[in-house]
Design a protein around this ligand. Structure first.
Ligand code: NAD
Length: 414
């Protein structure tokens, strides 16, 4: 039978199993197997050449049982309704795992920002906010950046919402520039969170980060900051990659040089002649492997060839259900995406809290609070996996979904 590569159905399967283990009945699964709300919008945008192009966008709100929903907006040609739904469900899990008073949300627009001018991107961003304005807001649903969206796009969106609200509303969106109420450390929060869980996982496996051989797939926001943090900690980053290929040096790559040369879309390998493939990269002999690019990279096909002792998912959905089983059976410690990449939403929450109170924290305060959240989350998931003798993904789903299920029950929904 062919492997299930569908992100929505594979997420539903684990949620079902997690709810089952927590003792909830079928009705709770029926409530949580899909987002509560999904808005599909059409956004007309005046293009630079005078024509009008109509874009399709989505906003999914998985559950608002715990609090307002929260999650990024993705600009990508491959965005689909199904993907946005699955991503909103992962946000519920992430918020549950790091204990934030939110449910999961997610948005997306089918577009290719690499082919659009700044003016077109601004009009599209503002048009999206107008289109979804009825269901979003600082106490309803708080967006953030995701793939191919950044602080500038968040600034336009915040400005558009503030105009409609006739009030400055920084708490409408997170990931803003610092001068507009952004938080210190938000841009590197995901990679910092991944670094913290790598350190915790390494302790469990008795691996010294100093000198540990690390391979990272993807050299974008998550992967490149992570490579820098790991090499600053004394690890040997022996492999990195982008969409066009991978670089390998058993003695450790010069990360500062690569950071200096990469472009804004995370491309750097095209500057080198001697490269390996992404497939070869994943199978390199190393201690720690971090997929930080796209989904479905570790599958039943290559899971037997992974040589790392620890796999930490910085990307969303890089390992299939079948591969999760194989890695676990082989004794590899897999730190799942919903735990490993929760640093981004954690500092987004800190940004929202700072916006709401109008009082801003230092870089050190943010870092310290993030550290505590990630270490507590790792311990909670790890201990759940150990005590119940289950894999880390199922344990993370159990920890992540529990609060939303409990809140739904207390509200009398199920
Ligand atoms: P990005 O767009 O900044 O970078 C993506 C990187 O992956 C680039 O280097 C790109 O060249 C590479 N890539 C693209 N297609 C590839 C392919 N087929 N094979 C190998 N490499 C490929 O994105 P990002 O923000 O770094 O996000 C990466 C992953 O991390 C995504 O799954 C994203 O959902 C997840 N994530 C990111 C954040 C965040 O705050 N940035 C938070 C949580 C999760």
């Amino acid at each position: 039978m062919a492997e299930n590569l569908n992100l929505l159905t594979s997420t539903q399967e684990v949620i079902k199993e997690a709810l089952n283990k927590l003792g909830y009945d079928e009705a709770m699964y029926e409530l949580l197997k899909e987002p509560l709300r999904l808005l599909k919008v059409r956004i007309p945008v005046k293009m630079d050449d005078g024509t009008t192009k109509v874009f399709t966008g989505f906003r999914a709100q998985h559950s608002d049982a715990v609090g307002p929903t929260k999650g990024g907006i993705r600009f990508h040609p491959d965005v689909t309704e199904e993907e946005v739904k699955a991503l909103s469900m992962w946000m519920t899990l992430k918020c549950g795992i790091v204990d934030l008073p939110y449910g999961g949300g997610k948005g997306g627009i089918v577009c290719d920002p690499r082919q659009m001018s700044m003016g077109e991107l601004e009009r599209l961003s503002r048009g999206y906010v107008r289109a979804v304005s009825q269901i979003v807001g600082p106490t309803k649903d708080i967006p953030a950046p995701d793939v191919f969206t950044n602080a500038q796009i968040m600034a336009w969106m915040m400005d558009e919402y503030s105009r409609m609200d006739e009030f400055n509303s920084p708490g409408f969106i997170t990931g803003k520039p610092i001068v507009l109420g952004g938080s210190q450390g938000r841009d590197r929060a995901t990679a910092e969170g991944v670094t913290i869980v790598i350190q915790e996982a390494a302790k469990k496996r008795g691996i010294d980060i100093k000198g540990a051989r690390v391979v990272i797939q993807g050299f974008g926001n998550a992967g490149s900051f992570l490579a820098k943090f790991m090499s600053d900690l004394g690890a040997k980053v022996i492999g990195i990659s982008d969409a066009y290929g991978a670089l390998y040096d058993p003695e450790g790559l010069d990360i500062d040089y690569l950071l200096d040369r990469r472009d804004s879309f995370g491309t750097v390998t095209t500057l080198f002649e001697s490269t390996i493939t992404n497939k070869e990269l994943l199978e390199l002999d190393c201690d720690i492997l971090v997929p930080a690019a796209i989904e479905n990279q570790i599958t039943a096909e290559n899971a037997h060839n992974i040589k790392a002792q620890i796999v930490v998912e910085a990307a969303n959905g890089p390992t299939t259900a079948e591969a999760t089983k194989i890695l676990t059976e082989r004794g590899i410690l897999l730190v799942p995406d919903v735990l490993a990449s929760a640093g981004g939403v954690t500092v987004s929450y800190f940004e929202w809290v700072q916006n709401n109170q109008g009082y801003y924290w230092s870089k050190e305060e943010v870092r310290e609070k993030l550290h505590k959240k990630m270490v507590d989350a790792f311990e909670n998931v790890y201990n759940t996996a150990q005590s119940r003798n289950i894999n880390m993904r199922l344990a993370a789903y159990m920890v992540g979904v529990r609060r939303t299920a409990e809140a739904s029950r207390f509200r009398g929904w199920v």
